[in-house]
Design a protein around this ligand. Structure first.
Ligand code: ATP
Ligand code: MG
Length: 419
């Protein structure tokens, strides 16, 4: 078959008018805005999508500067972009694309993605910009950001709640421990009290019939002392387990502190402990169970004394304070210069039976009882300590007012009128 060369124009390339028409159709159909400009920034073409985007008709824009499509601050820079590019060849948008702001005919603005390509048409440089309105995407992004913020806030709130629940669980666990210790204490005390009393009486009777020089007397005395110590422990346990039955009266804190110091003075002086009493003269009276309060003071004073085996200073201070519920209160602070409490032990010292004292010296119930008594009086007890420097125990109690009587719910022994 003879090979016959077919002229190019006849085979596949469309006639120029057909190509132009096809290009026109393409520009009209395309969903992105397409704007072409010449090297001086004048608009050469503007497709229907761009018309819809900006609210202009093509005829209004052809030959106009493209700056009309951007807010003033962009427009000012745009001319220098083109000039710079034409001078230096450095591309800032061309072939890269970026997010810019478009200005509609009605003066409103909108965000759009712009990508610019450069072309040469019949020897002339033109720039073709393809534009996409991204308002919807921006709104979605902002929504997403807002949802993120809400989510982050919710997570933070959840974490805080979680922390609260953890703290409450810890408190419940502590309360459960105390409750079971209380039950155990009550039944132990019940079981031990009678036999102890019997043994104690018998020993006393045997001792009274034993001659002073009898060699068995020493052993009997030891037994007697140990029985008394067991009696103290049982007494403490009973105190710890017991609730109610308070004997409420008006108590002058200053008098009560002086009384407690008197009771323990001998023990403190033996250890060469100086007592400083810094008690405000207007220290108010409170409603309290005098015996129980004395027990609290005595235990705190004994602990301070035990913490200063080689002497030191024990300062008692009273000052006005405000309780957690906003009520006026009185703070009684006991500060010693003893050996202090190691940080790791501090959270445990109010647990029942926690003691660091040598066997036979402490039951470890003192502070647990103190805390219960102080709480029964609607107060709080807190302890700060610096190892090797000393410890401060603060007891905050509500000052005398009608409200204090209610929770204790008992008869006033004093004749004065509550409140
Ligand atoms: N002022 C203080 N300085 C140093 N440690 C203290 C002080 N007060 C309390 N502690 C520590 O707290 C522990 C518990 O005290 P708590 O009064 O409950 O029991 P205890 O004194 O050991 O025994 P009990 O009071 O039954 O005789 C003490 O063993 C001691 O380790
Ligand atoms: Mg104690």
């Amino acid at each position: 078959m003879p090979l016959v060369a077919t002229p190019r124009a006849q085979v596949s390339l469309p006639e120029p008018p057909a190509a132009e028409a096809r290009m026109q159709a393409l520009l009209e159909a395309i969903v992105d805005g397409v704007v072409s400009i010449d090297a001086r920034g004048r608009i050469l073409s503007f497709n229907p999508a761009a018309e819809r985007m900006f609210g202009y008709r093509k005829e209004e824009l052809l030959g106009q500067s493209v700056n009309i499509l951007m807010p003033a601050d962009y427009a000012a820079k745009h001319d220098s972009y083109i000039a710079n590019y034409l001078n230096t060849g450095v591309k800032k948008i061309i072939g890269i694309g970026r997010e810019v702001i478009g200005l509609r005919k009605d003066g409103s603005t909108f965000p759009m993605d712009l990508s610019v390509a450069e072309a040469r048409v019949v020897g002339e440089r033109i720039f073709v910009g393809v534009l996409r309105d991204i308002s919807a995407r921006k709104i979605a992004e902002q929504e997403l950001e807002r949802s993120h913020d809400i989510l982050a806030k919710t997570v933070a709130e959840l974490e805080a709640k979680n922390e609260e629940i953890r703290a409450m669980t810890q408190q419940l666990w502590q309360a459960a421990k105390l409750a079971s210790v209380g039950e155990l204490a009550a039944s132990m005390a019940h079981e031990l009290n009678n036999p102890l009393a019997t043994v104690s009486l018998r020993i006393e009777s045997v001792l009274s019939r034993t001659q002073a020089d009898d060699p068995r007397r020493k052993q009997l005395t030891v037994i007697d002392q140990e029985i008394k110590r067991m009696g103290d422990l049982v007494g403490n346990l009973l105190q710890f387990a017991r609730r109610g039955g308070d004997q409420i009266s008006t108590v002058e804190i200053r008098d009560e502190l002086a009384c407690a110091v008197d009771l323990i003075n001998h023990h403190l002086r033996k250890r060469m402990i100086t007592i400083v009493q810094d008690l405000a003269p207007d220290t108010p009276a409170i409603y309290a169970d005098r015996q129980k309060l004395r027990q609290v003071f005595l235990n705190v004073l004994t602990n301070a004394g035990d913490a200063m085996p080689r002497g030191g200073t024990l300062t008692l201070r009273t000052s006005p304070t405000t309780l957690d519920d906003g009520e006026p209160g009185i703070r009684i602070a006991f500060t010693d210069t003893g050996f202090g409490i190691p940080d790791e032990l501090l959270p445990r010292i109010m647990e029942p039976f926690f003691t660091t004292k040598e066997e036979g010296k402490g039951t470890g119930l003192g502070l647990a009882i103190c805390r219960r008594i102080v709480q029964e009086h609607r107060g709080t007890i807190s302890i700060q300590s610096t190892p090797d420097h000393g410890t401060t125990v603060c007891i905050d109690l509500p000052v005398k007012n009608r409200g204090n009587v209610k929770p204790l719910n008992e008869v006033c022994c004093d004749s004065d009128d509550p409140g």
